[in-house]
Write a protein that binds this ligand. Sequence first.
Ligand code: ARG
Length: 391
Amino acid sequence: MEKVVLAFSGGLDTTVCVKLLEEKYDLEVITACVDVGQGEEEIKKAEEMADKIGSLKHYTIDAREEFANDYISKGIKANAEYEGYPLSTALARPLIAQKIIEIAEEENATAIAHGCTGKGNDQFRFEAVILSMSDLKIIAPIRELNLTRSEEIQYAKDHGLPLSSDKTYSIDENIWGRSIEGGNLEDPANEPSEEIYEWTASYKDSKDEPEKVIIEFEEGVPIAINGEMMGLIELINKANEIAGFNGVGRVDMIENRIIGLKSREIYEVPGAKLLIAAHKALEELVLTTDEIRFKELMSTIYADLVYRAMWQEPLREDLDQAIDNMQQRVSGKVSLKLFKGSIAPLTRESPFSLHDIDDISFEDKQTDQREVEGMIKHHALQAAKYQKLNK
Ligand code: ARG
């Protein structure tokens, strides 16, 4: 019998997929769960579910270091946010796909399967990588059989599949963020209930005093919080904790999906919001006017590429190189104030600062202010001529 490797979380979609792949596709199923920081419980849930459902073999792949160092770090350097969403799910998908390919090759499987529906973005993200990096067949049972969520639940019941209890919302979690969809959130006319949030305090429950936090960067990557040096994973966890306590990082948005659908999405991204805000504050100090303007264009395009499943697009690699080159000077320290969901920079310092206190000061006598007169005349030259002609 031919073998398929299924990207497996132990949730409803992928659990149903195991049975479908055996029953309707006549395949032996190897399940694989890639750890990108969804939490010990989720990893265990996948392992237990794989065991209960009797997959041929189950893999747990720890990809957290790679996710932080090769994906999230790029997201930070690029200030990558799509419509205000720091791309937590979108950044993890290409890595998950890559890891599944590696297992499929090791296992001599002929195909890779995933549990995505035909409506979302993740089917694009998985398949773009599989198509680019392998010749494996792709199977998407939920999409191919056009199943709805309640049909999946019925199928699971009919086949006596064990199901985890939390079926109200569809949740995706990794180190960089948490996304919550479905249930009554599908209707933008409904207010989200407070219980959906796990990483961020409500306005009411967040601290009543502002909290100061200091982030230190080296070449665009954060290396220390409040003076304590740490690896990127630990640092992001810490940033999530500090910002989350202060109610920072709730995003409730109407998102434009790849296939054109508008959908109401809720994210908890406290650490991402804090680190990107700190990173931008430092860039303001060290990059030139033109670099900052161009960086904004690059950020938008970069986030679009990541969101739209274009991780494999050469432009993404080109942008990474250009951004890395710029980031060589993005080293230094930023302090920020967090208060009930807001973030405000307080101080910034860098050995590469282009800001000169002696030049800018009102007390400066070195600069001869008169030198600028000629510059102004030339600066306004064309506009002045045009307005005079118009008269
Ligand atoms: N809409 C987001 C994205 O496309 C997140 C999707 C995550 N999936 C989920 N089941 N919540 O990146």
